[in-house]
Design a protein around this ligand. Structure first.
Ligand code: GLY
Length: 310
């Protein structure tokens, strides 16, 4: 039997991970547990970058992205720009299970969610609506949306994401990612989270990686797929994670030099290898992740390794 392990963002509440580990100890499969933890985070109103309570786009609409990848079969399901449904991760999983496709967007994703009886919900919480109104009051209504999206960025924005990677007692891996994306984004903006290879990649033979932070950087580098490719060709986990974080840091550093507004941008990648070893690698200090192994009563918080561009 393999050792069950759960790796998740530092922001994921301990209770959600502990429940997931209890299920793994009872023989639950990696994809079921990854979906279960992602659903719990999607319901958490205190998490302003995922699910209910996530910050909306410039028009005040919450647009949700999610993906799930089964490391045994390389099957994937994803949704992007989904509005009005409580659990994007579960809609993504049903894309994987029921369709000959891997990614649905916008109206098509909502149509599919409706068709499978997914639960509807107004995903804009009162707190997120108040934060949106405050941002809009600061940036004003002058100019096109393209101009306002830059002003909104100066006000400050978030682009955290829920990453969870699960290894079950069979040694199967699954990675799930769910997010409301960048706050105050241009309507229709899609980040790395639903794009397999960018924000999520998982292969039980080699390992899995999931990204958080500025999605545009992870997309441009195919960051998650790069990490797993390095594991596949024999790189140790630490070297693979550092190499991709270094590339992310270089990309974000170049952007910062070109445009000081982007200096707030950062990225982080979480990695688990096929043996259940884990690591977190970030382009800024102070980012954390949580890991719980089968024998641990609770998850342990660890600081991600800060990797600079050099
Ligand atoms: N990493 C989340 C996003 O950029 O949408």
């Amino acid at each position: 039997m393999a050792e069950p392990v759960i790796l998740a963002n530092g922001e994921v509440k301990d209770g959600f991970i502990v429940e997931g580990m209890q299920a793994l100890r009872s023989g639950a499969r990696a994809c079921d547990v990854a979906e279960q933890i992602a659903r719990a985070v999607e319901d958490d109103p205190e998490e302003h970058t995922v699910g209910y309570g996530g910050f909306p786009n410039l028009l005040g609409e919450v647009e949700l992205d999610a993906s799930i990848m089964d490391g045994d079969t390389l099957h994937v399901g994803a949704v992007a720009g989904l509005k009005g449904f409580r659990h994007p991760i579960s809609v993504a999983r049903q894309v994987m299970v029921r369709l000959p496709h891997v990614l649905l967007v916008g109206e098509g994703a909502a149509r599919f969610a409706e068709e499978i009886g997914a639960e509807r919900r107004d995903m804009l919480s009162p707190e997120a609506a108040a934060a949106w109104r405050a941002c809009m009051a600061q940036i004003g209504t002058a100019g096109s949306l393209s101009e306002r999206v830059w002003r909104a960025r100066q006000v400050g924005y978030g682009h955290d994401t829920m990453n969870v990677i699960v290894r079950d007692a069979h040694g199967s891996l699954c990675a799930a990612v769910t997010t409301s994306g960048v706050a105050w984004k241009y309507p229709g903006r899609v980040g790395d989270s639903p794009l397999i290879g960018a924000g999520n990649y998982c292969d039980s033979r080699y390992g899995a990686a999931a990204c958080m932070g500025l999605g545009e950087a992870a997309i441009r580098l195919a960051a998650a797929a790069q990490v797993v490719t390095l594991l596949r060709v024999g790189w140790p986990l630490d070297a693979a994670g550092r190499e991709v974080a270094r590339q992310l840091a270089q990309l974000l550093g170049v952007s910062a030099a070109e445009d000081p507004m982007r200096q707030v941008d950062w990225a982080r990648v979480l990695v688990m290898d096929a043996d259940g070893a884990v690591g977190g690698f970030a382009t800024r200090p102070g980012l954390h992740y949580k890991v719980q192994r089968a024998q641990d009563p609770i998850p342990y918080l660890r600081e991600a390794c800060f990797v600079d561009p050099s």
